[in-house]
Write a protein that binds this ligand. Structure first.
Ligand code: GLN
Length: 495
């Protein structure tokens, strides 16, 4: 039998079902592995007795005859999901030590499925960032090269899964924070259609964009997790009122043209020319093109499409997201949550000092930008204009989906960069989000899967974008690719 940390979610679930291993054994093994790798900076909170109690409970449920792919599987949550027993910080000093009175819906649903919570994972402050360097609790290091960033904002989740410290982790994606760290660390992640996972208990950054999703080692593992995480929730007014979806069954289901000899016969993959600009790094382009060749061998056909407003998605996102953030972050006032300044003169001074001390530089920058673009006299010129363009970007996708079933391209213009390389230049970091922002603005599902290695032997991811609620199509295509290749099975040296 493989070592426990070498098993993905599906595999570990099968080993638990066959009684080859118990959840208590798996939990102990992974807690020890987490303790052995503090240098990655992934863990913000953990409670071993609690995790072991959950594991014992899962083992008892199995002994009583209960089955379930996730029953007894240990994982950890991005520290943006509130949890009742473990503290939640959202990577911010302003929430240091905060204990929520309730669990986020995603956390509760995974708990119902029997998942064991190993702890809470580092992330950029309020999920603002692309490198995990905006966390008040230190950066996360990429296990493929610890002098490089793991991507962000779900950097702790990505690094933990890539380093085989856990089979999977939850993440959130507002403008790329599941897809880009998955790409930078050689793992698989999916951001579903906006509304598929409940945002209840997910600390809000930009409410019209935020979505939860899994980071794992394969499309199959993502499908299993997404099935448990998703579904209508009356406590989130933007939750999609749809019947529960079995993403694993959808992943296995045949595409149009089934019966043909190739698994992906009939699948039309659209390549937006704007996703392959001259400035795209040659290593990324090479790995992505090679993967597209593999998709063709699997029966898919490639078609040229266009997303003409791709470049505009950067200014549009960096107006809308800060606008919503400035409003969402107003609740951190030193009264209701978290940090309050020790000394102040009056109420206004207390707000000012608490917020000045509690928020980091990027959160402050976004609060200022957001307040500016929403203020009287600028609202029409910036915010309203951005909203109109957002609609046009979404319409551009619908024009593409008349020609193709999924859209493919790179996740990011380069492989993971060196720690510190962009930390003094926020705009450089914003520009690197160019390929993930369009799907976020449109509310479409997107996933990242590893397809090779580039500069300095760093992983390269391929992005697949589907139409609304077509997660099954993405997972099916990614699963077929992963059955034919082994990029997703590669682990960084030493892990
Ligand atoms: N990098 C983007 C930002 O900084 C996206 C972050 C995210 O998806 N949470 O806003």
């Amino acid at each position: 039998m493989k070592a426990i940390h070498e098993m993905g979610v599906a595999e570990l679930g099968r080993a638990l079902g066959a009684r080859h291993v118990t959840s208590v054994e798996a939990t102990k093994h992974l807690l020890a592995r987490l303790a052995k790798h503090p240098q990655l900076g992934v863990l913000l909170a953990s409670d071993a007795p609690l995790a072991l109690a959950q594991a014992r409970d899962a083992d008892a449920r199995r002994a009583a005859g209960e089955a379930g792919a996730l029953l007894g599987v240990p994982l950890a949550h991005k520290d943006i999901f509130v949890t009742r027993v473990l503290p939640t910080t959202a990577g911010s000093k302003i929430l240091a030590g905060y204990l929520s009175p309730f669990d986020a819906t995603v956390v509760a649903r995974l708990g119902d499925a029997g998942v064991v919570t190993l702890g809470k994972l580092n992330c950029d402050e309020f999920a603002m960032g692309s490198s995990n360097e905006n966390s008040a609790y230190g950066p996360v290091h990429n296990p493929w090269d610890t002098t490089r960033v793991p991507g962000g904002s779900s950097g702790g989740s990505a690094a933990a899964v890539a380093a085989r410290l856990m089979p999977a982790a939850t993440g959130t994606d507002t403008g790329g924070s599941i897809r880009q760290p998955a790409s930078f660390t050689g793992i698989t992640g999916i951001k579903p259609t906006y509304g598929v996972c409940s945002r209840y208990g997910m600390i809000a950054f930009a409410s019209s964009l935020d979505q939860a999703g899994p980071l794992a080692r394969s499309a199959e593992d993502c499908a299993l997790l997404l099935g448990a995480m998703s579904g209508f929730d009356e406590r989130d007014s933007t939750s999609a009122p749809r019947p529960p979806q079995d993403f694993h069954a959808e992943m296995l289901a045949a595409r149009p043209g089934a019966g043909a000899s190739q698994p992906l016969t009939g699948l039309r993959i659209g390549l937006p020319k704007e996703f392959f600009p001259a400035a795209l790094a040659a290593d990324v382009n090479g790995a992505v093109r090679a993967a597209l060749g593999e998709f063709e061998r699997l029966g898919a056909t490639l078609v040229d499409v266009s997303l003409p407003r791709t470049e505009l998605s950067i200014p549009v996102y960096y107006i809308i997201a800060p606008a919503e953030a400035s409003s969402n972050l107003s609740r951190f006032d030193g009264v209701r949550y978290g940090h309050r300044a020790a000394r102040y003169t009056d109420l206004e001074d207390m707000y000012k000092k608490s917020r000045s001390e509690g928020f980091g530089a990027e959160a402050k920058r976004r609060i200022m930008i957001g307040t500016y673009v929403l203020s009287h006299g600028y609202y029409d010129a910036y915010y309203l204009q951005a909203q109109k363009l957002r609609r046009m970007i979404a319409d551009d996708f619908q024009a593409c989906f008349r020609e193709c079933d999924v859209i493919a391209g790179p996740v990011a213009p380069t492989v993971a960069w060196k720690l510190g390389a962009k930390s003094d230049d926020p705009v450089a970091s914003y520009l690197a989000d160019i390929f993930t922002l369009p799907a976020s603005l449109a509310g479409l599902p997107g996933m990242s899967l590893p397809v090779g290695f580039g500069e300095a032997s760093m992983p390269v991811g391929l992005q697949l974008i589907g139409n609304y609620f077509r997660e099954g199509t993405l997972l099916h295509a990614a699963h077929a690719f992963q059955l034919a290749t082994d990029w997703h099975a590669r682990a960084p040296a030493g892990y």
